[in-house]
Design a protein around this ligand. Structure first.
Ligand code: GAR
Length: 192
């Protein structure tokens, strides 16, 4: 990635639903010493709650239609037009193609609510509880074209109590995610 010498990095956040990580990233991007500037929020779901968060913050939104086979091409056009240099997937429930990742050619990050490489995919917390895991956590990693894979940037581990259920675990881990994502971004960008 080119050196940007103190300039904020134009960032697009991809969502599919609630958008609590989007909210925490918006909060982070407003900080004076934050290395990112969120210019675009992309959603594959027109009803995503997260879009109202983007609205309130007056960030440009773009809804993609996954049924349109040219959606990645259109999306890349949009990203290049807005000079996006970083993509943060925040609850984006679609795997980006190898071709998209190659053509974008800049960092794409993802957050996942488990200690990757364990528990990739959906229903993470249910599976963790069912397997009586002692620990779980959250991971921020670079995106590859395989589900929840790619080089790990940061990970935070927490204890799973005997009395944990899906809801309590999700709440605990989400709180961790909101701190971990900005930290991981800082880790990869601050020295540019
Ligand atoms: C978060 O827990 C995120 O880690 C997870 O979706 C949730 C989105 O919540 N992502 C994945 O499972 C990716 N495989 P949010 O919309 O409130 O940020």
């Amino acid at each position: 990635m080119e050196k940007l010498y103190g300039k904020k990095i134009n960032t697009a956040v991809f969502i599919s639903g609630r958008g609590s990580n989007l909210k925490s990233l918006i909060k982070y991007n407003r900080k004076k010493n934050s290395p990112i500037l969120i210019k675009l929020v992309i959603s594959n779901n027109a009803d995503a709650k997260g879009l109202t968060i983007a609205n309130k913050s007056k960030i440009i939104k773009y809804i993609i239609n996954l049924n349109n086979k040219n959606f990645e091409k259109k999306l890349l056009k949009k990203l290049f037009y807005h000079k996006i240099n970083l993509i943060c997937l925040a609850g984006f429930m679609k795997i980006l193609s190898k071709n998209f990742i190659k053509k974008f050619n800049k960092p794409i990050l993802n957050i996942h609510p488990s200690l990757l490489p364990k528990y990739k995919g959906l229903n993470t917390h249910n599976r963790v509880i069912k397997n009586k895991e002692k620990y779980s956590g959250a991971t921020v990693h670079f995106v590859s074209s395989k589900l929840d894979s790619g080089k790990i940037i940061l990970q935070k581990k927490i204890k799973v109590s005997k009395y944990e259920n899906k809801k309590t675990l999700q709440k605990k881990i989400l709180k961790i995610e909101h701190k971990l994502y900005p930290k991981a971004i800082k880790k990869i960008l601050i020295n540019l």
